[in-house]
Design a protein around this ligand. Sequence first.
Ligand SMILES: Nc1ncnc2c1ncn2[C@@H]1O[C@H](COP(=O)(O)OP(=O)(O)O)[C@@H](O)[C@H]1O
Ligand SMILES: [Mg+2]
Length: 230
Amino acid sequence: MTDLLRIKNVSKQYVMDGVVFQALNNVSLTIKKGEFVAIMGPSGSGKSTLMHIIGCLDRPTSGNVYIEEHDIFTANDAELAEIRNTHIGFVFQQFNLLRRTSSLDNVMLPLVYAKVAPRERKSRAIDMLKEVGLAEKMSNFPSQLSGGQQQRVAIARALVSRPSIILADEPTGNLDSKSGRDIMDIFESLYRKGSTIVLVTHDEDVAHHAKRIIRITDGKIISDGKSKRI
Ligand SMILES: Nc1ncnc2c1ncn2[C@@H]1O[C@H](COP(=O)(O)OP(=O)(O)O)[C@@H](O)[C@H]1O
Ligand SMILES: [Mg+2]
């Protein structure tokens, strides 16, 4: 299958009070279309830093990142935003929904940025909310939803722009175990329909939904291989 994402010798340094901290150290990896990958590692190992670079939310200090034919390192800020809007669907641990905004409006928002016509925005957002099982909750604000339901809205929002890759940074981290399983069922079903998914988790059970597990420690990949399904 074709390579969707290529990362070559990526390093990321943060400078705090004049001290350089190496958050990623010469990371290389390739993700093909249709893969379901989990990234695991201790707290502070660089997982979110890596996801932010993959998701075009941040740039590496050195190295190359390619999403399909796009070279992230040479893209200017406007090009980076465009690549992000068209290729990346991001799901966060804290859901990051707009608070005074209904489920439907939250899900429609990426399509406003993508300049999709209002009528199509609405029908696509409704379809996505139905797909994550929230047909009854379209008008609810986030505060009127459970954590699991809020995360389902966030997944619908990530998917509505039909991104080439779905990135989820500890998506079950703030959920009880039942809601967490429901969210993983949604990711499994997206994978079976052909989506490409990269998911960060602390939880071995969650990671084993993925077909490949990449482990990182101190900003370096220490293993990368097939997951042993439980
Ligand atoms: N914006 C930042 N400025 C300075 N240091 C940062 C910044 N973001 C992350 N770090 C540091 O980089 C390391 C990796 O962070 P992160 O990628 O968030 O780890 P993880 O997601 O694996 O817990 C941590 O030591 C963290 O303190
Ligand atoms: Mg993190």
